[in-house]
Design a protein around this ligand. Sequence first.
Ligand SMILES: Cc1ncc(COP(=O)(O)O)c(C=O)c1O
Length: 391
Amino acid sequence: MTISSVEINRLNAFAEKMVKEKKTAVGFPCNQNVKLADFYHWYAVSGLADVAMNNVGDPCRPSLYDLNTHEFENEVIDFFAPLYGFSPSDAWGIVTSGGTDGNNHGIYFGVNVLGSKSEIKPVLYVSEEAHYSVKRLGELQALEMRQIPTNIKGEIDVQAFEQALDTTRPALIVIALGTTFKGGIDDQDAINEVLERKRPVAVYRHVDAALFGGYLPFTEHAHLVSHRDRRFDSIAVSGHKFFGFDEPSGLFITTKELLASQNPYRVSYLNDSVPTISCSRSALAPLKFWWQIHKTGVEGYRRQAELILKNALYLKQRLDEINYPAWKNDISNTVYFLRPGERVMKKWSLAPYDDERLGGKLAHDIVMRHEGKVMIDHFIDDLLEDRNGGS
Ligand SMILES: Cc1ncc(COP(=O)(O)O)c(C=O)c1O
């Protein structure tokens, strides 16, 4: 059986539309500079496109289901662990199905680690501008959650955090690096200072670095995503954001010591080794990561990080030149500004947000690799036209 020409035509029209629309997609943190055609070609000719692989189980332990890519998943984690300040011999991690999956593991591991230290239920602390997945996951775990106000840049208000901190209960803190809308980076030094002074009964720090965790290791600010430097317990990073994969994926990294506090679940048909929340996991995502690491290398990632930060600065400068109210935090590729009219919002796939402190209705442009200077200039032209009533 084959797909009919009518159906193929429909698919082709759909593909054409997607390829066209990606050229003006700047409001969501998806790097549209996806380069996987060579991977998919190899995948098809290698025969793997006709094999049902599955990464169920702990990639670091022998699996009874041999049709997996654990070997490559481990090499991906070996590559990234030192970049996030974990010693390769102490690190444990997985390739996840996305940022939420990484945060899910962070919060779940946190609850279990804190549970091994105290019988008292932990409190989840997270900033008001952190991603909603963290709030949803806290709800899922029936955790008491304290949402901490933010400053105007979207960073957690550390004084308010100190006031909210209940030292008689374990503290599970999710640190935003950076926040989804403004790219606010929570001040880990200040949070750590409060924790050292106040000494809650037990502490677990998970870093949600979905977007910024992709590029920060390749900049002079790498210490911000370093377990060794900032003493967080786990980190989640997205694969489809900075790294530019074609579908959701990500990384979750912690230590072997913290893994030991997890319930491994005794599942005999899986060799008694399932520390992950999901049972079946993608075998394809680690292969794509592995392929990209070998194609790009640290130097390539460094150049990509430099480029997006340079272009974000260019966008902010162009907005300043035309006196368009706009803001950009340091070390951020996210520029936020007064919300333009519907035509511009739709054409450039802009995401809306409201903050009375900055005049109300806002939108943002997350400068990823597909957004170069020519595209930014077109965007500015559209904003000018919009302001002059051309929409
Ligand atoms: C800061 C942050 N954390 C988590 C997520 C959720 O990631 P995902 O959509 O990959 O589940 C996002 C998504 O935009 C995000 O911006």
